[in-house]
Design a protein around this ligand. Structure first.
Ligand code: NAP
Length: 275
């Protein structure tokens, strides 16, 4: 893995990117080009003003690949080895079953699904193609997930809280990453409810996990886990300097899923293996 971060390049894995003009999709395309991936398809929302323009004309990167709307997915993924998607939950519910039916491997990073939306996607994809789903492709965050499992060792009486900060344009709250952290902590600590913020007289109840979301400026993503006892506090923070960290992790997942034969939904835990 170390070599990947030192500028490893692939040998022409062909990808189709959905959400190509979005914050993540456009960052991923630029990172992919720099690492030797071949962009063979680009998909954006039907009402996106860049539909039918090339990635060059849309100012994404210096390629003549045409940006098409989701009705042209079969054409856009035809030459692709992997479909990479950072869009919206509604778009994923509509598009992923089609992509899976076309037999294309998937790397998906969208967050904010309801459990019903996720159930539909898993049902449509899991028996057809290998796919990686992750709410956060940053390697550091995924190692932090592993670290959190070690926190089981804290005695009773230590409180866990999660604080996440993201740019003001982020749609879902709390972030998919904070939710995943909450799941791990609830599992290891036996929390049975979550407080998403306090107002007025509101002391912490027994069995209550605290998850707070802040939306401000252009922050790509900060997640802090606070563990406090009566006389000490530990604060573990992950800060993404830019969206490139998510794009690089997603491309690492692309490189991994490209080699998988067995259909199923994999996580970054699977991708990172023994790390
Ligand atoms: N897993 C990770 O590591 C990670 C990291 C960062 C962000 N994310 C998640 O990734 C998602 C995208 O984030 P972002 O910041 O890039 O948001 P964004 O800038 O809003 O990009 C999403 C793009 O998807 C487009 N879109 C909507 N419907 C579509 C469809 N049917 N087909 C193709 N494209 C469609 C949107 O178009 P319109 O604007 O026209 O609707 C927009 O351009 C969010 O869920 C976010 O939480 C995940």
């Amino acid at each position: 893995m170390r070599a990947f971060w030192r500028g490893w390049r692939t040998t022409n894995i062909r990808i189709c990117v959905a959400g190509a003009t979005g914050r993540m999709g456009s960052t991923l395309i630029r990172e992919a080009v720099a690492r030797g991936f071949k962009i063979v398809g680009a998909i954006a929302a039907r009402d996106d003003p860049n539909i039918d323009k090339t990635l060059r004309e849309a100012g994404v990167c210096d390629l003549n690949v045409k940006i098409v709307d989701p009705s042209r997915i079969p054409e856009a993924v035809k030459e692709a080895d992997v479909y990479v998607s950072f869009t919206t939950p509604e778009a994923e519910v509509a598009n992923l079953p089609l992509v899976a039916d076309l037999g294309k491997r998937i790397v998906m990073g969208t967050t904010g699904f309801t459990s019903e939306q996720m159930r539909k996607i898993v049902e449509a994809v899991s028996s057809k193609v290998p796919a990686v789903f992750s709410p956060n492709y940053a390697i550091g965050v995924n190692i932090l997930f592993k670290l959190l499992r070690m926190m089981k060792a804290f005695p009773e009486g230590y409180d866990f809280s999660i604080v996440e900060i993201h740019h003001s344009g982020k749609k879902d709250a709390p972030s998919g990453t904070a939710k995943k952290m909450g799941e791990i902590i609830s599992e290891i600590r036996g929390y049975s409810s979550i407080s998403y913020g306090r107002e007025g007289i509101s002391p912490r109840k027994p069995g209550e996990l605290e998850v707070l979301a802040v939306r401000a400026g252009g922050v790509p993503g900060i997640h802090e886990v606070i563990i406090a006892g009566s006389h000490e506090i530990i604060r573990i923070e992950h800060t993404a300097f830019s969206r490139s960290v998510f794009a690089q992790g997603a491309l690492y997942a692309v490189n991994w899923i490209y080699k998988q034969e067995k259909p199923g939904i994999y996580t970054m835990d699977d991708v990172l293996g023994g790390v």
